[in-house]
Design a protein around this ligand. Structure first.
Ligand code: NAP
Length: 245
């Protein structure tokens, strides 16, 4: 064990990686943004809150003598991912991106891929009851949607909200049955989601398939160039092991 590993977290993968590294005897610190009131905490040391941009992260990496960074943030946490790439380059700290694959449509799916939440809002203009599952951030994009919006998020969203809105506060994972019940109760006729990938939030896609509803998927932001990417916790663990950390 020769150095401290920073895991940029906020995902199930990050928590599982921290657990694996703790089990391997690695000195790991998980970092959370502090957005969620009661976050699920990983094993090992945890720090909470932003670093203060690239400069703050550079200072943190130097002060802690970080041996490596694994960016296991959510596929849509593009700001943190970009800052990690820059700070790693400045300090010469090895950086790995751990990102689960996106979802793939199956037979019978009517998926419409768009580039942003604003494009998603435009794509649902003709629908009467829109299930918005993209979380509390970026809801402003849906402010002008004429249909009724069912918004689900972990913590209460702040305005601006859609004009006609029902907010459901809930933390996944949800079962297909729960998703079917919710969608039927609100007579949902289109589902909006980010292409987050992974099994934890995929039940809504199965439910949409069963109800023959179209799904508007927001594409992932591009990854920084030159940063190695792995899709699984096991590969990230191997990467740390291979560096003899
Ligand atoms: P973001 O837009 O990429 O990041 C904005 C700022 O939040 C960053 O510049 C950084 O502040 C701080 N930050 C983000 N992740 C951090 C982390 N792991 N540790 C310390 N500071 C962090 O991020 P976001 O989309 O708001 O996501 C915030 C957190 O929620 C992330 O941990 C992400 O994994 C998780 N999450 C995001 C989504 C999503 O859809 N975006 C979904 C599920 C979970 P400073 O500039 O001050 O360093």
């Amino acid at each position: 064990m020769t150095g401290r590993v920073l895991v940029l977290g906020g995902t199930g993968e990050a928590r599982r990686l921290a657990a694996a590294l703790v089990a391997d005897g690695v000195d790991v610190v998980s970092s959370l943004a502090g957005r969620v009131a009661e976050p699920a905490l990983p094993p090992g040391a945890v720090r909470i809150g932003g670093f203060g941009g690239v400069d703050g992260l550079v200072a943190w990496l130097r002060a802690e003598g970080a041996a490596a960074v694994v960016d296991a943030t959510h596929p849509f946490a593009a700001g943190m991912t970009a800052a990690a790439a820059e700070a790693a380059a400045v300090t010469g700290t090895p950086l790995l991106r751990l990102q689960r694959p996106g979802w793939s449509a199956g037979p019978g799916d009517d998926w419409r891929r768009v580039g942003s939440q604003a494009e998603a809002a435009a794509a649902v203009t003709g629908f009467g009851s829109v299930f918005v599952t993209t979380g509390r951030q970026g809801l402003a994009a849906f402010a002008g949607v004429p249909g009724h919006c069912l918004v689900r998020s972990v913590d209460a969203p702040e305005p601006p909200l859609p004009r006609r809105v029902t907010v459901v506060l809930a933390r996944g994972p949800f079962s297909v049955e729960e998703e079917l019940e919710l969608m039927r109760a609100h007579a949902v006729d289109v589902v909006v989601t980010k292409d987050s990938g992974g099994p934890m939030t995929a039940a809504k896609l199965t439910a949409a398939r069963e109800l023959r509803l179209p799904v508007v998927l927001v594409r992932r932001p591009a990854l920084p160039l030159g940063v190695p990417v792995v899709a699984t916790v096991g590969e990230a663990r191997d990467w740390i092991r291979s560096r003899a950390i």
